[in-house]
Design a protein around this ligand. Sequence first.
Ligand SMILES: [Zn+2]
Ligand SMILES: [Zn+2]
Length: 486
Amino acid sequence: MSQQRQFKGPAQPFPASSTPQPPSWSPPYQGMPSYQQVYTPVPQSSQQPQWSPQTEQSAVCRQCRKELSFLDRFGFDQKTQRCRTCSNQIQQSLHRFRAAFLEATRSATFTQNNWIALQSLARQEHLDMSEALTFIGKDAVALVERIVAGVEAQGNITDEVEQYISHLLRTFLIPHEIAQHIVHRLAKAKLRLNLQLFEGMVRQAEAKGELTDELERNIYHLQSKLALPNELVQPSLQRLAYLRQQTNIQRFRRAVAQVEANQEVTVEAEHYILQLQTTLAVPQEIAQPLLQRLAYLKRLTNIRKGELPTISTSLKLESDELCHLETPATYHKVNAKSTTPVSGRLVATSKRLHFLSATRGTTISWNNIMQVEVRLQRGVYLELAKGTGNGLYSVSDPTLVGVVLDTLVQISKRQLVATKTDPSRHIPQDVKNAVWQRDGGKCVQCGATSYLEFDHIIPYTKGGANTVANVQLLCRSCNLKKSDRI
Ligand SMILES: [Zn+2]
Ligand SMILES: [Zn+2]
């Protein structure tokens, strides 16, 4: 049978086990060309002798090679060039072939073994494979569609699945137009599923409220792996960029809070924070208030080291006297039965402390001050060895006033050294870091993340140690409440 085309089976075994079972039969897709529209039946070979009923030439059945008598010619199938007997036989064979195909593919799978079995059946039945495949064309399309519906429902269209489908389309000689339609639909479904996968990952990051470097890498990796073009995922990428910015701001805030908690702003720490602002691209309007707070803390740090600001004052000073602070203050004068507020101003100079009001002027020598105690939101409490002026002075910035006064007392008593009396500054940096990690950069009482301080659980003055176990993070207000209790 020289005119019989040589058919090659699938080049590689079909992934039989992985072929999914579709949950239901899927109807033909809208807009798909019908099988009849596009399917051209077995082309007549050009080598085939052209038989024409008009001529007196003799006709030969191409199946049985029998020369046909004049009468036989009425049963002759012009399309297939077969005699009536052969035509009937072939028809029966084709129906058996179709039955075998339908039986083999009932569960919407098609394997290498199915293909081998169909080939051998075609040989047995003396069927031309392309004619047999033409005969079952619609069934083959339906099978491929069921398989496609199955993988779509499974939600995982891999390159292998795509190759498998293309392979089936070629194997069954599905006409190009229909095959293209199926391939196109599969590609569309794949893109839709990939977009869902990508979007799911972006949502996952959003739900976390934080875009870790790892998650960000994974998301961009997925985008390139799935070959999703930027313009298709633009809204997701924008949300991702927003999340990245929010994450950076959070990181920046945490870093500032950690420096603040150390209560000593070093030049290195300041550089680090400024660099971080650039690296994380923190907008100026967000960074500004945090940097101002840091600058304030740095000022306090410098004052503690003895770098006192020098300011001008209306007060008449001695020739070698410098003014370091002048601030409105209210002195709470304690009488036998009540407290009288006296408003005036505190002026701290290199030589002494003045409290000036409309009715009185008190001068306190630095050596006379036993203790400067900062009472947040209230003022500075001065404990004097003797004389008047003992008590609470309300000021707008108790911390700053307290540090200036305390430093002047220390200088006067020649006690100013690099490390200060505040026990929190004796906590070793590695202990601070460990406590920060353990407490998650939050106040252990209320969860606040700003104005944090390292607090001795058992106070330093009562023998509490500078250990991780005895140090905790408290915000300033919780710390204040605690010191009120003790
Ligand atoms: Zn014949
Ligand atoms: Zn708190």
